[in-house]
Design a protein around this ligand. Structure first.
Ligand code: CTP
Length: 396
């Protein structure tokens, strides 16, 4: 059970924080509360003092009998800090290290992990300044539980609404469960497609968006791993997280080089990238021009290195290697062959014939040598990533 400090800042959603506090206590956590002056315009500190049986910290200059200054003492006591609801103002203060009241000063003095749960008007949420501040927080390793679309205090439905207390409690619970599993482990994850040049302006690419690999990187970082994310061509945003070291590559040969380098000091590799199978035998050094009356073009392609196979063959120790199999037909037969031929410990097989590229959901089957296949139901790529990381944590 964990010492959780709950920060309540100004916003109509502040009343929901009482349910969050009560449920966290029910789960056995010790909870203390810090409130801003604006939060007290929406809910009273007595509510939270009664719930936690502990005085609410809302004044930086409070006299105390304790030898230590109250906010420093609370910062040290904290094992997890959650800000619920987090106003745009408080997010801005946190992102910029401003400490001018009890709440902002205490959170700045806290080295424990932090979860921020924003709630605000949709225009405030969409404002570039808020977006910039959220991205700064995420870069600093703060977890942000995004607001949902729903009825706002203004009387219309838009994005900015705080998730329900039950969902917040579940998020906190999952965070606490996952965060220790991969501490001190290094995981190499590849994402996106490789690009094989044809000439200076054209290339051979593929439809991979990088979503799965990036979801895996986030899930591994959430579990405390030190992640090397080696990514090619992607069409989604890269994660901002201190635990994720991002390495951009272009071709399959670049990717092989970086994977081999990073894998030396790693505990596991997950090859979620869509690596091109063919590259130009010779890349033209000038733009290929059409000739008069030319109706066909023949390109001579040669095989690219099979990264998964190469690394699996060289693998020593108890390192774990997970590959993917993207198939449009004979899913299990082809995936099984890849498990055998490539020497991976696991293959995550998915049918890419319909609606997978760029989609948020997928359905996969996990293949492992000498074990029964696990058919997972259709779920979000984020959820699949979490389950793959759980599987990896159990093995490591
Ligand atoms: N892979 C790799 N290097 C390659 C090709 C694929 O490391 N040159 C990896 C992928 O990252 C994935 C696994 O091998 O983890 C299977 O990739 P997939 O595209 O499904 O299969 P291919 O090996 O390309 O085989 P095929 O084209 O016959 O489907």
């Amino acid at each position: 059970m964990v010492n959780i400090t709950t920060y309540i800042t100004g916003g109509i959603a502040a009343y929901k924080a009482a349910i969050v506090v009560r449920n966290l206590e029910k789960m056995g956590h010790k909870v203390r509360v810090v409130m801003t002056e604006n939060a007290k315009k929406f809910v009273t500190s007595q509510t939270f003092a009664a719930l936690t049986k502990y005085p609410v910290l809302d004044d930086l200059w409070l006299k105390s009998n304790e030898a230590e200054i109250p906010h420093v003492h609370l910062a040290k006591w904290t094992e997890l800090a959650i800000v619920v609801p987090a106003s745009a103002d408080f997010i801005a203060k946190m992102a910029n290290g401003i400490a001018n009241d009890a709440a902002s000063t205490t959170i700045l003095a806290t080295s424990a992990p932090k979860i921020v749960i924003p709630a605000m008007n949709d225009n405030m949420w969409e404002n570039p300044a808020t977006k910039r501040n959220i991205s700064l927080l995420m870069k600093d390793g703060v977890k942000v539980m995004p607001p949902v679309t729903g009825m706002l205090a203004e009387g219309y439905s838009a994005k900015g609404r705080m998730p329900d207390p039950e969902e917040i409690v579940k998020y906190v619970h999952d965070f606490l469960q996952n965060r220790q599993n991969l501490v001190n482990k290094k995981i190499v994850i590849t994402a996106g497609g490789t690009i094989e040049a044809i000439d200076p302006v054209r290339y051979i690419g593929n439809n991979s968006s990088g979503k799965m690999g990036i979801a895996l990187a986030r899930a591994a970082a959430d579990a405390g791993a030190d992640v090397s994310l080696i990514y090619g061509n992607i069409s989604v945003e890269l994660p901002e997280d201190n635990n994720i070291h991002k390495i951009q590559v272009t071709s399959s040969e670049d990717m092989l080089e970086k994977v081999q380098e990073e894998f030396k000091s790693a505990d596991a590799l997950i090859m979620a990238a869509a690596v091109a199978d063919w590259r130009m035998k010779e890349v033209a050094d000038h733009k290929l021009k059409k000739q008069a009356n030319q109706n066909e073009l023949q390109l001579t392609l040669v095989k690219t290195p099979d990264i998964l196979k190469a690394v699996s063959t060289q693998k020593k120790d108890n390192k774990i290697i997970i590959g993917f199999a993207a198939e449009t037909n004979n899913l299990l037969e082809n995936a099984n062959r890849k498990l055998e031929e490539k020497g991976a410990d696991y293959i995550v097989a998915n049918d890419v014939s319909k609606d997978v590229f760029g989609n948020d959901e997928d359905q996969v089957t996990i293949l492992q040598k000498n074990a029964k296949n696990q058919v997972w139901p259709r779920m979000s790529k984020q959820k699949i990533a979490q389950k793959i990381i759980d599987l990896l944590s159990n093995q490591l």
